[in-house]
Design a protein around this ligand. Sequence first.
Ligand code: DAT
Ligand code: MG
Length: 138
Amino acid sequence: MSIERTLVLVKPDGVARNLSGAILARIEAKGYTLVELKKTDATRAMLEEHYAEHVGKPFYEPLVEFMLSGPVVAAIFEGQRVIEGFRALAGTTDPTTAAPGTIRGDLGRDWGLKVQQNLVHGSDSVESAEREIAIWFA
Ligand code: DAT
Ligand code: MG
């Protein structure tokens, strides 16, 4: 099994709630290796590329606005099956029903907004990871 890399974002809600360290600690505690880390402000152009698959969906514009609402923490983590492993650690998209024990399940909730604020992003495939790492760590 080859070593993979994944892009992790602590979204603006996670940074604003001072949870960046707690979230990164869970990923490190699982055993994945931190390769790159920075706090940064997304641009609309970056987000249009990053979320291209969601263009036209009802939550797309609220999602872009949310991701522009404050700084994010971007990280590259590395390890065997880290893409799958991080998504398991993050939990499912809807934080209300994400399993307890996951980042979204333990730290997230529904705030009644047009987009779910669920603390983290993780790449969903090797192809997505390569594409997203190029956007955030150009
Ligand atoms: P994930 O982040 O779990 O990969 P996704 O790529 O399908 O989920 O969607 C990107 C983000 O958009 C997601 O983290 C939260 C938001 N989102 C997705 N589906 C939504 C929905 N039906 N209603 C509100 N927000 C949604
Ligand atoms: Mg996704």
